[in-house]
Design a protein around this ligand. Structure first.
Ligand code: ATP
Length: 345
C-alpha cells in the first residue's frame, strides 16, 4: 500500500481534506495516510509552523496531499507553502483550468494549463528596508539559469505529453531584462528544438488582456512565480470559482498536491467551502502515483455534480440562484457518483 503524507491545513483545510478523504474512500483508493500538522496549528502547539516530522514524512513518502496553510500578512513566520516548495525543490507548479458545464462563467471555451515557477523569483524572501524608518525597501527577484532551463524543459515535456498544441511564455523581458530576459532566452532555445508544439512568448500585460477577452487563445502558459500567482487568480475568475482550481507542486523527486486557493478565513469553520479543488488535487495525486483510472473517475464525478447543480456549495449555488449545500454534502454526492462510476468501469 502506498504511504502518502497528509497535512490537513488551516482555515477551511480540515473541512475540504475530510471531504476529499470521503471521495477517496468511496472508490477504495489504497493509500495509507500519514497525518502530520503544519501551519497555524503547529505554530500554536509547537512554536514551529513547519515541524521536523512534517519534513521527514514528506522525505520518506515523496508525495503529499496538503490543505491550505495560513501565511501571516506583513509580519510573522514565513510562508510554509513557499518553504515546502524550496525544501523539496518543487520548481514547477501546475494548475489545470477547464470550463465545467453548468457553472455560469463568462466563457465556455476555457481549457488551459498554467505552469508557474515554484521556488525562485520574488518568492526567495530576499527583502529588506534600506533605512531604520522603513521608508525605503527592496525585494530581490532572483532567478537562476539552471532553474529556468529545467522549468522550460518540464513545461514543453508536460505540454507535449498532454497533447497540447501551443505553449505561451508570459514574461516582462522588456523591463526585467535580466530575470525575465533569461527565462525568455531559455524558452526560445527550447522552442527552436521542438516541432511538435507551437511556441509563442508574450508580455504578461498582453497575456492578461487576452485571457480576459479571448481565453481560448491559450493552451499551456508557462511563467515566473509571482506572475503565475496573479494569473492563477485571473484563471480562477474565468472558470467561475477558485473553489475548483487544483494545484500540483512538482520536482524531480517529490510532489505536493494542494488547492490553488488559500485558507479562506472568511468562511472557515462554517462548512460551506467548495471541496472540489482539494478533490481535484487528489485526482492529480492519484495520476502522479499511477492510479490514472481512479483519477479520471474523480474528475468525471466532480464535473457531473457541478453539471447537476443540486448539490453544490455557496460559491456555485449563488451563481445558479439555488440553495447551497454544505461541504460534506457536496463531497458525499461526488463520492456517490464516483462509486457508481467505479462499479460501472
Ligand atoms: P490566504 O491568506 O490563506 O491566501 P485568502 O482569503 O487571502 O486566504 P483565499 O483563501 O484564496 O485567499 O480566498 C479568496 C476568496 O475565495 C475568499 O473570499 C474565500 O472565501 C474564497 N474561497 C477560497 N477557497 C474557497 C473554496 N474552496 N470554496 C469557496 N470559496 C473559497
Amino acid at each position: 500500500m502506498k504511504r502518502v503524507t497528509l497535512i490537513p491545513g488551516d482555515g477551511i483545510g480540515p473541512e475540504i481534506v475530510n471531504a476529499t478523504l470521503k471521495v477517496l474512500d468511496a472508490i477504495e483508493v489504497d493509500i495509507d495516510w500519514e497525518v502530520v500538522n503544519a501551519g497555524r496549528k503547529a505554530y500554536e502547539e509547537e512554536g514551529n509552523p513547519l515541524p521536523e516530522d512534517v519534513i521527514e514524512s514528506i522525505r520518506r513518502n515523496k508525495v503529499a496531499l496538503k490543505g491550505p496553510l495560513e501565511t501571516p500578512i506583513g509580519s510573522g513566520y514565513r510562508s510554509v507553502n513557499v518553504t515546502l516548495r524550496r525544501i523539496f525543490d518543487l520548481y514547477a507548479i501546475i494548475r489545470p483550468a477547464k470550463y465545467i458545464p453548468g457553472l455560469p462563467t463568462r466563457y465556455t471555451d476555457i481549457d488551459l494549463i498554467l505552469i508557474r515557477e515554484g521556488i525562485e523569483g520574488l518568492y526567495v524572501g530576499a527583502e529588506c528596508s534600506l533605512d531604520p524608518y522603513k521608508h525605503h525597501s527592496i525585494s530581490i527577484r532572483y532567478m537562476s539559469r539552471d532553474n529556468c532551463k529545467r522549468l522550460i524543459s518540464f513545461a514543453f515535456r508536460y505540454a507535449i505529453a498532454h497533447n497540447r498544441k501551443k505553449i505561451t511564455l508570459a514574461h516582462k523581458a522588456n523591463i526585467l531584462k535580466e530575470t525575465c530576459g533569461m527565462l525568455r532566452e531559455e524558452f526560445l532555445k527550447e522552442a527552436r528544438k521542438q516541432d511538435r508544439i507551437l511556441a509563442e512568448d508574450m508580455l504578461i500585460d498582453s497575456v492578461v488582456a487576452e485571457l480576459i477577452s479571448r481565453p481560448s487563445k491559450f493552451d499551456v502558459i508557462v511563467t515566473s512565480n509571482m506572475f503565475g500567482d496573479i494569473l492563477s487568480g485571473v484563471i480562477a475568475g474565468l472558470i467561475g470559482t477558485v473553489g475548483i482550481l487544483p494545484s500540483a507542486n512538482i520536482g524531480n523527486e517529490y510532489a505536493i498536491f494542494e488547492t490553488a486557493h488559500g485558507t479562506a478565513p472568511d468562511i472557515a469553520g462554517k462548512g460551506i467551502a467548495n471541496p472540489s479543488a482539494m478533490i481535484l488535487a487528489s485526482a492529480m495525486l492519484l495520476e502522479h502515483i499511477g492510479l490514472t483510472e481512479k483519477a479520471n473517475i474523480i474528475r468525471e464525478a466532480v464535473k457531473e455534480v457541478i453539471k447537476e447543480g443540486k448539490y453544490v456549495t455557496l460559491d456555485i449555488a449563488s451563481k445558479l440562484g439555488t440553495t447551497p449545500v454544505s461541504t460534506s454534502k457536496m463531497a458525499e454526492r461526488i463520492a456517490e457518483i464516483a462509486r457508481q462510476k467505479l462499479e460501472e468501469s
